[in-house]
Design a protein around this ligand. Sequence first.
Ligand code: SF4
Ligand code: SF4
Length: 407
Amino acid sequence: MSHNPHAKEGLTRRDFIRVGTTGTAGIALAGMGALSASAAEPLGRLPRRRYGRTGLEISALVGAADWSADVIPLAVKAGVNYWHKGHRWTAETMPEAIKSQPRESYYLEITVDRVGGDHMHGRIDEEQHYQFVKQAVARSGAGYYDVFKFHFGYHSLNEAKTNLGVIRAYDRLKKEGLVKHLAISQHHYNNIGGDMAYDIVTHLIDHSPYEAAQFFYTYGDKKELDDVLALAKKQDFGTIAMKTMGGVGRAATDKRMQTMLAEPRYQGSTPATAMVKWLMSNPNLTAAVIATKSFDQLQENVTAARLGTMSSSDRHALGLLAAYNQGTTCLLCADCVSQCPEHIAIADILRYERYALDYHELSRARMEYNTLTKNGSACIACGDCMPACQADINIIAKLKDVHRLLG
Ligand code: SF4
Ligand code: SF4
């Protein structure tokens, strides 16, 4: 990991207040507790890493178009140069902080979904993917997207090997100069008789024009994910971790957890800081995307990413988070879903729970939950899924709780 030589240009809390007084950040400030304009704490600049075969040097923490409009200018100043779901911006809505820079200095990604249904039921359609990107480029005013990302990915190894619709759409767009690189965001599909993300990505690393992949990866995850990361590094394939912060948001509002974190052995760390450092200390991982809503979160994440190395307090904090998560927070491993005779998308349902409890995005969680063709109320309490859960979650009770929360 190479540190950016412009660290002295880092962002300060004063910058945030300046944005707040001239923009819309007042709302965000109201929720951040006491801030002082004299407390100018340097945020510094993020390190950058090579995004595999794309050759792009991207920030170790990547941004997302759904981040708060108040945070984005500050993230840019902190060195965030890669924007997940960047196609959501039009020429009018793209933040000035991004579009005012030279086009080659930042990277925009377009995520391309299946058509004719959601990610489980939709289909791959070369022409519609091609038209979707073409129209988005025209709306964006950006000229091109740096990365075409097949969103949610293939259902199975067989589909990845035989259905070339996405690749053909990408090839056509690339020839026209509308996209530059091909990546995938891969989920597990064992709930519909398909394959696990790590099996599909392993295949893509060796056998396809894909240059990079994004997938779920968090502390305590399965060995298969570490194997994918090691192979990706060896084959110069870019990797972005997502859904990394399981349990962090709920722990932050849990009084008992906060009391424990005040003990001396955790001093100087938090579960969020420790998780970011843990991710950054993996030399095989290119970057991580972490939901960021406020200056404080941005500061905590950027500072941790710059330090990278874990302290003993960080190790204790991660251990505490892992213990806290056991029995309560789904790791999204999807090991349980292929056991369910009712074909309930347990991991998707618990991902939506995470949106509500960890990201505090209740309406988004409810909206996603209510698009499911089969939700938690379809559980017949047979218990077949429970032995598969390494996180010891009482899935029957959990589905009831989530249905009460989101249904
Ligand atoms: S307990 Fe519910 S979720 Fe688990 S396998 Fe049975 S029906 Fe599916
Ligand atoms: S409930 Fe357990 S087995 Fe199922 S996805 Fe979550 S952690 Fe994995």
